[in-house]
Design a protein around this ligand. Structure first.
Ligand SMILES: C[S@@+](CC[C@H](N)C(=O)[O-])C[C@H]1O[C@@H](n2cnc3c(N)ncnc32)[C@H](O)[C@@H]1O
Length: 234
Protein backbone atom coordinates (compact mmCIF):
# COMPACT_ATOMS: atom_id res chain seq x y z
CA UNK A 1 0.00 0.00 0.00
CA UNK A 2 2.74 2.36 1.06
CA UNK A 3 4.80 1.54 -2.03
CA UNK A 4 1.89 2.36 -4.27
CA UNK A 5 1.81 5.88 -2.90
CA UNK A 6 5.56 6.20 -3.46
CA UNK A 7 5.13 4.89 -6.98
CA UNK A 8 2.74 7.67 -7.83
CA UNK A 9 5.50 10.17 -7.26
CA UNK A 10 8.34 8.12 -8.67
CA UNK A 11 7.27 7.51 -12.25
CA UNK A 12 8.61 10.56 -14.06
CA UNK A 13 9.15 10.23 -17.80
CA UNK A 14 12.58 9.18 -18.74
CA UNK A 15 15.18 9.14 -21.46
CA UNK A 16 15.43 5.37 -20.95
CA UNK A 17 12.05 4.03 -22.07
CA UNK A 18 10.53 0.65 -21.34
CA UNK A 19 10.57 0.00 -25.08
CA UNK A 20 14.28 0.70 -25.13
CA UNK A 21 14.90 -1.63 -22.22
CA UNK A 22 12.80 -4.32 -23.85
CA UNK A 23 15.23 -4.60 -26.74
CA UNK A 24 16.97 -7.72 -25.49
CA UNK A 25 19.78 -7.95 -28.06
CA UNK A 26 23.13 -9.14 -26.80
CA UNK A 27 25.03 -6.00 -26.04
CA UNK A 28 28.39 -5.47 -27.75
CA UNK A 29 30.36 -2.26 -27.27
CA UNK A 30 30.47 -0.50 -30.63
CA UNK A 31 32.61 2.48 -29.83
CA UNK A 32 35.89 2.54 -27.95
CA UNK A 33 37.63 5.66 -26.84
CA UNK A 34 38.75 6.99 -23.48
CA UNK A 35 35.66 8.11 -21.56
CA UNK A 36 36.94 9.66 -18.39
CA UNK A 37 39.16 7.49 -16.31
CA UNK A 38 39.32 3.84 -17.23
CA UNK A 39 42.12 2.73 -14.93
CA UNK A 40 41.69 2.73 -11.18
CA UNK A 41 43.73 1.69 -8.17
CA UNK A 42 41.84 -0.01 -5.37
CA UNK A 43 42.95 -2.45 -2.68
CA UNK A 44 46.45 -2.68 -4.14
CA UNK A 45 45.38 -3.55 -7.67
CA UNK A 46 45.21 -1.73 -10.95
CA UNK A 47 41.71 -2.17 -12.36
CA UNK A 48 41.11 -1.61 -16.07
CA UNK A 49 37.54 -1.08 -17.14
CA UNK A 50 36.20 -1.31 -20.67
CA UNK A 51 33.57 1.36 -21.18
CA UNK A 52 31.50 2.24 -24.20
CA UNK A 53 28.90 4.81 -25.21
CA UNK A 54 26.17 2.24 -25.87
CA UNK A 55 24.17 2.46 -22.67
CA UNK A 56 24.10 3.82 -19.14
CA UNK A 57 25.46 0.50 -17.93
CA UNK A 58 28.55 0.84 -20.13
CA UNK A 59 29.93 3.84 -18.26
CA UNK A 60 31.44 4.16 -14.80
CA UNK A 61 29.27 6.42 -12.65
CA UNK A 62 30.41 8.47 -9.65
CA UNK A 63 28.40 6.37 -7.16
CA UNK A 64 30.49 3.30 -8.00
CA UNK A 65 33.75 5.17 -7.42
CA UNK A 66 32.46 6.65 -4.14
CA UNK A 67 31.38 3.23 -2.84
CA UNK A 68 34.68 1.62 -3.91
CA UNK A 69 36.56 4.30 -1.97
CA UNK A 70 34.29 3.81 1.03
CA UNK A 71 34.78 0.02 1.04
CA UNK A 72 38.53 0.37 0.66
CA UNK A 73 38.77 2.89 3.51
CA UNK A 74 36.38 1.10 5.87
CA UNK A 75 37.43 -2.51 5.65
CA UNK A 76 37.06 -3.08 9.40
CA UNK A 77 33.60 -1.56 9.59
CA UNK A 78 32.39 -3.30 6.38
CA UNK A 79 34.43 -6.47 6.29
CA UNK A 80 33.55 -8.23 3.02
CA UNK A 81 35.87 -11.20 3.51
CA UNK A 82 33.93 -14.42 2.77
CA UNK A 83 30.67 -12.47 2.64
CA UNK A 84 27.94 -13.08 0.06
CA UNK A 85 27.48 -9.86 -1.90
CA UNK A 86 24.93 -8.98 -4.56
CA UNK A 87 25.26 -5.89 -6.73
CA UNK A 88 22.19 -4.36 -8.41
CA UNK A 89 22.72 -2.47 -11.68
CA UNK A 90 26.42 -3.35 -11.73
CA UNK A 91 27.11 -1.69 -15.11
CA UNK A 92 30.79 -1.96 -15.98
CA UNK A 93 31.45 -3.98 -12.81
CA UNK A 94 33.96 -1.71 -11.04
CA UNK A 95 32.25 -2.01 -7.65
CA UNK A 96 31.79 -5.79 -7.94
CA UNK A 97 35.48 -6.10 -8.87
CA UNK A 98 36.53 -4.17 -5.75
CA UNK A 99 34.17 -6.26 -3.57
CA UNK A 100 35.70 -9.44 -5.08
CA UNK A 101 39.22 -8.17 -4.44
CA UNK A 102 38.18 -7.53 -0.82
CA UNK A 103 37.40 -11.24 -0.47
CA UNK A 104 33.64 -11.34 -1.08
CA UNK A 105 31.70 -13.96 -3.00
CA UNK A 106 30.03 -11.62 -5.49
CA UNK A 107 27.06 -11.87 -7.81
CA UNK A 108 26.94 -8.88 -10.16
CA UNK A 109 23.54 -8.30 -11.76
CA UNK A 110 22.17 -6.06 -14.46
CA UNK A 111 19.91 -6.11 -17.51
CA UNK A 112 20.68 -8.92 -19.99
CA UNK A 113 22.18 -6.51 -22.56
CA UNK A 114 24.85 -5.37 -20.13
CA UNK A 115 26.12 -8.76 -19.03
CA UNK A 116 28.71 -9.51 -21.71
CA UNK A 117 30.76 -6.37 -21.03
CA UNK A 118 30.21 -6.82 -17.28
CA UNK A 119 31.53 -10.41 -17.45
CA UNK A 120 34.48 -9.28 -19.55
CA UNK A 121 35.51 -6.63 -17.00
CA UNK A 122 35.01 -8.95 -14.03
CA UNK A 123 37.07 -11.74 -15.58
CA UNK A 124 39.82 -9.42 -16.73
CA UNK A 125 40.27 -7.82 -13.31
CA UNK A 126 39.70 -10.69 -10.87
CA UNK A 127 41.26 -13.73 -12.56
CA UNK A 128 43.99 -15.07 -10.28
CA UNK A 129 43.45 -12.17 -7.87
CA UNK A 130 40.22 -12.82 -6.04
CA UNK A 131 39.31 -15.43 -3.43
CA UNK A 132 36.08 -16.34 -5.25
CA UNK A 133 35.22 -16.16 -8.94
CA UNK A 134 32.53 -13.46 -9.26
CA UNK A 135 29.24 -14.55 -10.77
CA UNK A 136 27.09 -12.61 -13.23
CA UNK A 137 23.30 -12.87 -13.41
CA UNK A 138 20.47 -11.12 -15.23
CA UNK A 139 18.23 -9.24 -12.85
CA UNK A 140 15.65 -6.76 -14.11
CA UNK A 141 14.37 -4.83 -11.14
CA UNK A 142 11.05 -6.09 -9.84
CA UNK A 143 10.81 -8.95 -12.34
CA UNK A 144 10.53 -12.62 -11.32
CA UNK A 145 12.38 -12.09 -8.06
CA UNK A 146 10.49 -14.82 -6.19
CA UNK A 147 11.18 -17.24 -9.08
CA UNK A 148 14.83 -16.39 -9.81
CA UNK A 149 16.07 -15.21 -6.39
CA UNK A 150 13.83 -16.92 -3.81
CA UNK A 151 14.53 -16.24 -0.15
CA UNK A 152 16.27 -17.75 1.81
CA UNK A 153 18.16 -19.71 -0.90
CA UNK A 154 19.39 -16.38 -2.26
CA UNK A 155 20.37 -14.54 0.87
CA UNK A 156 23.19 -12.02 0.82
CA UNK A 157 25.18 -10.41 3.60
CA UNK A 158 25.48 -7.21 1.57
CA UNK A 159 23.58 -5.73 -1.33
CA UNK A 160 25.43 -2.97 -3.18
CA UNK A 161 23.79 -0.37 -5.40
CA UNK A 162 25.63 2.55 -7.00
CA UNK A 163 23.93 5.29 -9.01
CA UNK A 164 20.93 3.11 -9.72
CA UNK A 165 18.67 6.11 -9.09
CA UNK A 166 18.54 8.56 -11.96
CA UNK A 167 15.87 9.63 -14.42
CA UNK A 168 14.15 6.33 -15.27
CA UNK A 169 10.76 4.67 -14.99
CA UNK A 170 11.70 1.78 -12.72
CA UNK A 171 12.13 3.44 -9.34
CA UNK A 172 9.25 1.56 -7.72
CA UNK A 173 10.59 -1.74 -9.11
CA UNK A 174 14.04 -0.82 -7.80
CA UNK A 175 12.73 -0.14 -4.30
CA UNK A 176 10.78 -3.41 -4.37
CA UNK A 177 13.96 -5.23 -5.42
CA UNK A 178 15.87 -3.68 -2.53
CA UNK A 179 13.05 -4.74 -0.18
CA UNK A 180 13.07 -8.27 -1.63
CA UNK A 181 16.73 -8.79 -0.74
CA UNK A 182 16.88 -6.71 2.42
CA UNK A 183 13.91 -8.13 4.26
CA UNK A 184 13.15 -8.75 7.91
CA UNK A 185 15.15 -11.70 9.22
CA UNK A 186 17.62 -11.67 6.32
CA UNK A 187 20.44 -9.94 8.20
CA UNK A 188 21.26 -8.21 4.92
CA UNK A 189 22.92 -4.80 4.85
CA UNK A 190 22.24 -2.63 1.84
CA UNK A 191 24.79 -0.01 0.80
CA UNK A 192 23.42 2.56 -1.63
CA UNK A 193 25.63 5.30 -3.10
CA UNK A 194 24.05 7.90 -5.35
CA UNK A 195 24.55 11.32 -6.74
CA UNK A 196 21.10 12.86 -6.24
CA UNK A 197 20.39 14.88 -9.38
CA UNK A 198 16.66 15.16 -9.91
CA UNK A 199 13.61 15.82 -7.76
CA UNK A 200 12.54 12.23 -8.40
CA UNK A 201 15.89 11.10 -6.91
CA UNK A 202 15.09 13.05 -3.73
CA UNK A 203 11.61 11.51 -3.60
CA UNK A 204 13.14 8.05 -4.00
CA UNK A 205 15.54 8.84 -1.14
CA UNK A 206 12.58 9.78 1.08
CA UNK A 207 10.77 6.51 0.22
CA UNK A 208 14.02 4.61 0.80
CA UNK A 209 14.46 6.19 4.23
CA UNK A 210 10.91 5.34 5.25
CA UNK A 211 11.21 1.76 3.97
CA UNK A 212 14.40 0.78 5.84
CA UNK A 213 16.38 1.62 8.94
CA UNK A 214 18.95 3.90 7.35
CA UNK A 215 22.21 5.57 8.33
CA UNK A 216 23.86 8.24 6.23
CA UNK A 217 27.47 7.02 6.05
CA UNK A 218 28.96 9.64 3.72
CA UNK A 219 27.74 12.95 2.38
CA UNK A 220 29.64 15.08 -0.12
CA UNK A 221 27.36 18.12 -0.42
CA UNK A 222 29.26 19.82 -3.25
CA UNK A 223 28.70 16.70 -5.39
CA UNK A 224 25.23 15.83 -4.03
CA UNK A 225 26.70 12.41 -3.28
CA UNK A 226 25.34 10.29 -0.42
CA UNK A 227 26.13 6.79 0.77
CA UNK A 228 23.44 5.15 2.88
CA UNK A 229 23.51 1.97 4.89
CA UNK A 230 20.12 0.29 5.25
CA UNK A 231 18.73 -2.72 7.07
CA UNK A 232 15.20 -4.08 7.25
CA UNK A 233 12.76 -2.49 9.65
CA UNK A 234 11.98 -5.00 12.42
C1 LIG B 1 23.67 4.78 -13.99
S1 LIG B 1 24.13 3.15 -14.32
C2 LIG B 1 25.19 2.79 -12.92
C3 LIG B 1 26.12 1.65 -13.23
C4 LIG B 1 27.08 1.30 -12.09
N1 LIG B 1 26.36 0.89 -10.89
C5 LIG B 1 27.99 2.46 -11.79
O1 LIG B 1 27.76 3.16 -10.77
O2 LIG B 1 28.94 2.69 -12.54
C6 LIG B 1 22.62 2.30 -13.88
C7 LIG B 1 22.67 0.81 -14.05
O3 LIG B 1 21.40 0.25 -13.74
C8 LIG B 1 21.03 -0.66 -14.74
N2 LIG B 1 19.56 -0.67 -14.87
C9 LIG B 1 18.75 0.31 -15.33
N3 LIG B 1 17.48 -0.07 -15.31
C10 LIG B 1 17.47 -1.33 -14.82
C11 LIG B 1 16.43 -2.27 -14.56
N4 LIG B 1 15.15 -1.98 -14.81
N5 LIG B 1 16.76 -3.46 -14.04
C12 LIG B 1 18.06 -3.76 -13.78
N6 LIG B 1 19.10 -2.92 -14.02
C13 LIG B 1 18.79 -1.71 -14.53
C14 LIG B 1 21.67 -0.12 -16.00
O4 LIG B 1 21.82 -1.11 -17.00
C15 LIG B 1 22.99 0.39 -15.47
O5 LIG B 1 23.98 -0.58 -15.45
Amino acid sequence: MYLMSCAETLTDKDMMTREGLDRRNVWEPSLYYPLGKESFHFVGHEINIRESMDSYGALIWPGAIALCQFLENNQQQMNLMDKAVLELGAGTGLLSIVASLLGAWVTATDLPDILSNLSFNLRRNTKGRSRYIPQVAALSWGQELERDFPFPSYRYDYVLAADVVYHHDFLEELLNTMLHFCRRGSGTTLLWANKLRFQSDQRFAECFKSSFNTTLLVEVPQENMCIYKATAKE
